[in-house]
Design a protein around this ligand. Structure first.
Ligand code: ASP
Length: 348
C-alpha cells in the first residue's frame, strides 16, 4: 500500500473526509500533452476474465488488422451485443417494464472530440454500431427511439426481436412478483423468488499506438425501467467520456447517479488534474456517495473504469463483492489480464 493511501486510510479512521483531502491534491502534475505514451496500444473493458477475453481478443485482432481503434472497440462491443447469453447488453438484454428490449449506446473519438449515441433504440442488435453512424454520418450527436430506429434501417440494419426466451422468463417472474395488488400471479408451485433487479452494461475503451483515444458504452439499461427511461450510457459525459489529451472513462451501474454527477466526465477531468485513473475512478465513486449523504442511504451501486495515455488503468466501484465485482480486463502488447478494482464498501 502506498504511503499516500495509508495516510488517507488513517484520516478516514479519524472521521476526516477523503473527498476533501483528495481535492487538495488536485494541484498535482498535469500530464504534458506531448508526453510519450508507454504500453500502447491498449484496450480495456469493464468485465471479468471470461467476457473480457471474448470481447478484447477480437477487438485486439481488429486493431492489428485495421490499425483503427474505432473499428477495434466496435468489434469488441459487438461481441457482447450479439450474444444472447448476456442479459445486460444488446440482443438478449433484459427488457423494460412492458417486456420490450430498449437499448442505449454511445461512442466517442478523441482526435475529433466527436461523438454519437442512440437511446431507447428497439429491435436493433448492435446499438453501438448505430451510435458510430450517428457520429460518422450525421451532423447530430444523439438519436432516440423511433427516429434512431428509422436511421438504423436507412443504413441497412435489420429489425429483429431482441427478447430471448431466457430474458422473457426473467421479466415474467419479475412482473408476476411486483405486487399482490395487481392481477398478475406467480405460479402456484411458488417457484419464483422475488429477485433484485440486475445491472450490466459494458464499457470498451481503447488507445492506439499513436495515443489516440476512443470509447464505447452499450447497454440494455435498467431491467424493468419505465418505457422511455434513458440511462447514463448514451449520455456523453455520464456513461462515457474521452479526451485525447489524457484518456477515457466509462460507467456502469445505477445510471441516475452517474447522470447527476456527470460521472465519466468527472473521472476524465480528475485525470487531467493529475490523478491516476485509479484515483479518478475512486473520486467519482466518492462523489456519488457524497451527494447521497453516505453509503447507508440507499441501495445504489456504480462502477467506473478508466485508462490514460501512460497505459495506466483504473477500476473502482461503490460496493464490491470479493471474487465477483468490480473487475476490468486489459489487452495490450503484454497480453491479456484481468484485475480486481477497489470498492468503497465490500459486501458479503
Ligand atoms: N448504467 C446502466 C443504466 O443505468 C445500467 C447498468 O450499467 O447496469 O442504464
Amino acid at each position: 500500500m502506498s504511503a499516500r493511501r495509508k495516510f488517507l486510510q488513517t484520516l478516514t479512521h479519524f472521521g476526516i473526509s477523503i473527498p476533501f483531502i483528495k481535492n487538495s491534491l488536485l494541484d498535482r502534475r498535469v500530464l504534458p500533452l506531448a508526453e510519450k505514451p508507454v504500453s500502447l496500444p491498449i484496450i480495456i473493458c469493464s468485465r471479468s476474465e471470461a467476457w473480457g477475453r471474448k470481447v478484447l481478443e477480437p477487438a485486439w485482432n481488429t486493431l492489428e488488422q485495421s490499425g483503427n481503434i474505432l473499428d477495434a472497440i466496435e468489434a469488441g462491443a459487438n461481441v457482447v451485443e450479439l450474444d444472447p447469453e448476456d442479459t445486460s447488453v444488446g440482443y438478449g438484454g433484459l427488457p423494460n417494464e412492458e417486456g420490450i428490449v430498449s437499448l442505449d449506446a454511445s461512442i466517442m473519438y478523441g482526435p475529433t472530440h466527436n461523438c454519437g449515441s442512440v437511446a431507447a433504440l428497439e429491435k436493433i442488435k448492435t446499438p453501438s454500431s448505430v451510435a458510430r453512424l450517428v457520429m460518422d454520418r450525421t451532423d447530430h450527436m444523439m438519436l432516440v427511439g423511433e427516429g434512431a430506429l428509422r436511421f438504423a434501417k436507412a443504413h441497412g440494419f435489420r429489425e429483429e426481436d431482441l427478447l430471448t426466451e431466457k430474458a422473457r422468463l426473467i421479466w415474467l417472474e419479475w412482473k408476476e412478483n411486483l405486487s399482490d395488488r395487481d392481477d398478475w400471479f406467480p405460479p402456484k408451485d411458488g417457484k419464483y423468488l422475488p429477485r433484485k433487479r440486475t445491472t450490466g452494461t459494458i464499457n470498451v475503451l481503447g488507445i492506439d499506438a499513436k495515443g489516440d483515444v476512443a470509447g464505447i458504452t452499450t447497454t440494455s439499461g435498467l431491467f424493468g425501467k419505465i418505457p422511455g427511461r434513458i440511462g447514463d450510457s448514451p449520455i456523453i459525459g455520464a456513461g462515457l467520456y474521452v479526451d485525447n489529451r489524457i484518456g477515457a472513462a466509462g460507467a456502469t451501474g445505477r445510471g441516475e447517479e452517474v447522470i447527476r454527477t456527470c460521472g465519466s466526465f468527472y473521472v476524465v477531468e480528475k485525470m487531467l488534474q493529475g490523478l491516476s485513473p485509479q484515483e479518478a475512478c475512486e473520486a467519482a465513486c466518492q462523489r456519488i456517495v457524497e451527494i447521497n449523504g453516505g453509503l447507508d442511504t440507499g441501495d445504489y451501486d456504480d462502477k467506473f473504469v478508466a485508462v490514460n495515455k501512460n497505459g495506466e488503468v483504473g477500476c473502482a466501484s461503490i460496493r464490491g463483492r470479493k471474487g465477483q465485482h468490480p473487475y476490468v480486463s486489459i489487452i495490450s502488447n503484454d497480453g491479456f489480464k484481468t484485475i480486481e478494482g477497489s470498492a468503497l464498501q465490500w459486501m458479503e
